[in-house]
Design a protein around this ligand. Structure first.
Ligand SMILES: NC(=O)c1ccc[n+]([C@@H]2O[C@H](COP(=O)([O-])OP(=O)(O)OC[C@H]3O[C@@H](n4cnc5c(N)ncnc54)[C@H](OP(=O)(O)O)[C@@H]3O)[C@@H](O)[C@H]2O)c1
Length: 200
């Protein structure tokens, strides 16, 4: 399959790229600073340009997205807006615009995260964005068929313990390769409207 992978250079994305590549898929990688195509998927016009440029896609997979981590008392309206835009709206827009461009039986695989269900201190904006992604997946699935849409919800990655472990006390991490397997499951399987929780 020809698969657009957003965030292929990241901690999770590089494992997803490796897994999809090992399955013989053709990848077109996207990032703001690296990849085959460099643009910001949080900009809806850039998403439009992306789909004009890359044709013949069978699947879109997302392994990117930023969130602002701050105590609730310090989060600003701009922090919420930025987190919802970069983590949630970017993915919704990739589906909304992509539906016109993807193969009739194509699929979208989005990314949420453990914080939807297991909040941590300073993670309120990220939890809200993850919840938006998961609710959207359930809703969009009933309108997209025969195209499919799923989300992968990882817990803390083993590879990210050094960077984020302090925010997730007592949380058992999971290797990025295990999360990547859920992307393969979503892309190659027949499920739709599902949230694949990995490690939680
Ligand atoms: N790491 C974890 O433990 C963990 C746990 C649960 C959920 N998650 C979720 O998994 C996703 C990936 O996390 P990660 O730790 O792998 O992140 P990461 O290492 O920072 O990688 C993010 C990747 O996405 C790209 N990217 C980010 N924003 C983009 C944008 N607006 N437009 C285009 N490309 C963009 C980045 O490339 P450029 O910088 O070049 O744009 C990079 O390739 C995030 O949504 C995160 O919330 C991560």
């Amino acid at each position: 399959m020809k698969i657009l992978l957003v965030g292929a250079s990241g901690t999770l994305g590089s494992a997803v790229a490796e897994a999809l590549d090992a399955r013989g898929h053709e990848l077109v990688t996207v990032g703001r600073t690296g990849g085959d195509i460099r643009l910001d998927v949080a900009d809806p016009e850039a998403v439009g340009r992306l789909y004009e440029r890359v044709t013949g896609l069978d699947a879109v997979a997302v392994a990117g997205g930023d969130a602002v981590f701050k105590p609730l008392s310090e989060l600003t309206a701009d922090d919420f807006a930025a987190t919802l835009r970069t983590k949630a709206l970017s993915q919704l827009e990739l589906v909304r615009q992509g539906a016109r461009h993807l193969a009739p039986n194509g699929s979208f695989t989005l990314v949420s995260g453990v914080l939807t269900e297991e909040p941590v201190v300073a993670g309120a904006a990220a939890s809200a964005a993850n919840g938006a992604v998961e609710a959207f997946v359930r809703a969009a699935a009933i309108e997209l068929a025969p195209q499919r849409v799923n989300a992968v919800s990882p817990t803390l990655l083993t590879e990210s313990v050094e960077a984020y472990g302090a925010v997730f006390p007592g949380v058992e991490p999971v290797p990025a390769a295990s999360v990547a397997a859920a992307y393969v499951r979503s892309v190659e399987g027949r499920h739709t409207g599902r949230v694949y929780r990995v490690g939680h």
